[in-house]
Design a protein around this ligand. Structure first.
Ligand code: ATP
Length: 297
């Protein structure tokens, strides 16, 4: 256990360093996918306290430790109730990905509080907190190994039936079965090259197995072909069912049915409401974004 604890801390430490060095948010997501292994490898993992999934940001302010002069979030308030879909939209650099990093406690906020099920996230055991969350990043990077290993990463003791069921629910089963080696197909640098949409569906299968209460989706900016897009979207709908989902949205078309859309602008939430409510706001940012996107497509 000590070793696992140490390596977990090591990963967290690594984030901070890589974040500083590269400043690339993708790295956070990529690395986060490493942490569930540490969590699941924990012999006490079965005692992980199940979180229900209520999330509250209360007067949250934040600046990155390396850039104290830039106040990334100023006074962010929102709540997500168990089972809701909350979408965050806003211009590039507004702080959308930062919100997910804070929820996952990659950084500590400078002011305010983040509560999960009414309890400050500082008062959770970190492994416990992250053990209840999954992320499907923009660009899924699989590790070198088989498809089976990549899926089972969400739950190392998963049975064959569970892995197959997760692959089916994630719309991944058919393409996996199309490979001669099926679930034993090697992926990663030395293995077959999967499309962006296929990798996402593997990540969705992994998250389904992990069965988190809180899901963070960082929508892909690069567009998938429309067939793949449809399969990914369908799989995401299944994955979001019965969990609290925080969706960092780049395309407005996918979030029309969100319970709440937050418009983040310059570190503050400037608009909040359903799609219908927001497009009725005269001169609203969302309304303008929406007009722009739909007139372009
Ligand atoms: P995008 O839509 O382009 O992904 P975003 O809304 O997700 O943008 P963030 O990635 O949260 O925006 O970034 C918010 C601000 O914080 C930006 O000014 C960015 O340059 C800065 N920032 C992000 N990560 C770091 C970091 N690790 N260190 C310092 N500054 C950072």
């Amino acid at each position: 256990t000590t070793f696992i604890g140490a390596s977990f801390g090591g990963i967290a430490e690594m984030y901070a360093q890589i974040q500083k060095a590269v400043g690339a948010t993708e790295r956070v997501f990529e690395l986060l996918e490493e942490t569930p292994e540490a969590i699941n490898a924990n012999p006490h993992a079965s005692s992980v306290e199940k979180i229900k999934g209520n999330v509250v940001f209360k007067n949250v302010a934040f600046h990155y430790p390396s850039r104290k002069e830039v106040q990334v979030l100023k006074d962010v308030n929102f709540s997500a109730e168990f089972g809701q879909k909350i979408a965050i939209v806003g211009p590039s650099g507004a702080g959308k990905s930062t919100i997910s990093s804070l929820l996952l406690r990659f950084y500590d906020i400078t002011d305010g509080e983040i509560l999960v099920d009414g309890k400050n996230i500082h008062d959770y055991d970190l492994e416990n907190l992250r053990g209840n969350m999954s992320i499907v990043p923009q660009d899924v990077i699989l590790f070198g190994g088989t498809i089976r290993e990549n899926i089972a990463y969400g739950k190392p003791d998963a049975s064959e039936d569970e892995i197959i069921a997760a692959a089916k629910q994630a719309n991944a089963f058919n393409f996996i079965e199309g490979f001669p080696e099926k679930f034993e197909t090697l992926v990663g640098e030395r293995g077959v090259k999967l499309s962006g949409g296929q990798r996402q569906r593997i990540a969705i299968a992994r998250a389904l197995l992990k069965n988190p209460s809180i899901l963070i989706l960082d929508e892909a900016t690069s567009s998938l072909d429309s067939e793949s897009e449809k399969l990914v979207q369908e799989a995401l709908e299944v994955l979001m069912e019965g969990r609290t989902s925080i969706i960092i949205a780049h395309r407005l078309s996918t979030i029309r049915n969100a319970d709440k859309i937050l418009v983040l602008d310059n570190g503050k939430i400037s608009e909040e409401g359903t799609h219908q409510e927001l497009i009725n706001l005269e001169n609203g940012i969302y309304k303008n974004l929406s007009n722009l996107q739909f007139s372009n497509s």
